[in-house]
Design a protein around this ligand. Structure first.
Ligand SMILES: Cc1cc2nc3c(=O)[nH]c(=O)nc-3n(C[C@H](O)[C@H](O)[C@H](O)COP(=O)(O)O)c2cc1C
Length: 206
C-alpha cells in the first residue's frame, strides 16, 4: 500500500508538518510505504486558466498542461497511490496559497467535453471509491472555532476528491497551533498516528 502526504504550510518543520508526519508514521507502522511532498519546496506554477488540461484528450489519465514544472510528475505519483494525507494551516480562514495552487492544478485529473456547459468535470481515472484520504488543518484559533476555520479548509481539500471518488476517513482540526503546550501537542500527535493506522485499515477494507 502506498500513501502520499501533501503538506501546505510554508513552515516545513512547524506543527502542521509534524502532524502530517505523524499520520504517515502511523500508516508506515501498518506496513504502508509512504512519501511526502512539502508543496512549498516543489516547483508548482499558478494555473493560467487556459483549460487545455481538462478540455482535450479524454483518453489520457492526466490532461496535458502546457506549464513545465513538477506538477506532471506529482500527478503520476498521485494516481499510483492508494491513499492521501492532506495537511494545511488556516491562512485567512482558508487553506494556504501553497495548498490552493496545488489543488487548482489537480484539475488536470478531470475532463469536461465542450458540450457539457454548466456541468461539473468528471474524473479521467476514477478511483471507484477504493482510495481514501485523511485531513489535517491547523489554526491559531482554538478548537471551538473548528467550524469557522477548519470546515472551509476541509471543504477545499475534499472538493476534488468527490470528483475523483476518493472518500475521506478523518478530519483533524488542531487549534492554538502557535501556543499549544507540549503535552497537549503530544496528545494530538498520538491522534495523528492513530489516523494513519485507520487510514490503512479503511483502505484495506475498501
Ligand atoms: C498569513 C497568516 C494568516 C493566518 N490566518 C489564520 C486564520 O485565519 N485562522 C487561524 O486560526 N489561524 C491563522 N493563522 C495562524 C496559522 O494557522 C498557524 O500559524 C499555523 O496553523 C501553524 O502551523 P505551522 O506550524 O505549520 O506553520 C494565520 C497565520 C498566517 C501567517
Amino acid at each position: 500500500m502506498y500513501i502520499i502526504g501533501f503538506m501546505g504550510s510554508p513552515r516545513t518543520s512547524g506543527k502542521c508538518s509534524k502532524l502530517l508526519q505523524g499520520v504517515l508514521d502511523g500508516a508506515a507502522s501498518k506496513g504502508a510505504q509512504t512519501k511526502r511532498y512539502d508543496l512549498v519546496d516543489c516547483n508548482i506554477m499558478h494555473c493560467k486558466g487556459c483549460g487545455a488540461c481538462y478540455k482535450f484528450r479524454p483518453e489520457l489519465a492526466i490532461g496535458k498542461c502546457p506549464l513545465k514544472d513538477d506538477m506532471a510528475a506529482i500527478l503520476v505519483d498521485y494516481l499510483s497511490a492508494d491513499g492521501y494525507v492532506f495537511a494545511t494551516p488556516v491562512y485567512d480562514g482558508y487553506v494556504t496559497s501553497v495548498m490552493k495552487k496545488f489543488l487548482e492544478r489537480k484539475i488536470a485529473l478531470t475532463y469536461k467535453p465542450k458540450e457539457d456547459i454548466g456541468k461539473i468535470c468528471t474524473p479521467r481515472a476514477t478511483a471507484d471509491f477504493k482510495k481514501r484520504a485523511t485531513h489535517i488543518v491547523t489554526g491559531d484559533a482554538f478548537d471551538e472555532y473548528r467550524e469557522v476555520m477548519g470546515d472551509p479548509c476541509f471543504e477545499a481539500l475534499e472538493a476534488h476528491l468527490y470528483m475523483e471518488q476518493v472518500m475521506s476517513v478523518d478530519k483533524m482540526y488542531m487549534g492554538n497551533a502557535e501556543h499549544i503546550a507540549p503535552d497537549d501537542f503530544a496528545v494530538r500527535l498520538q491522534e495523528a498516528l492513530r489516523m494513519g493506522v485507520r487510514l490503512v485499515e479503511e483502505i484495506e477494507k475498501a
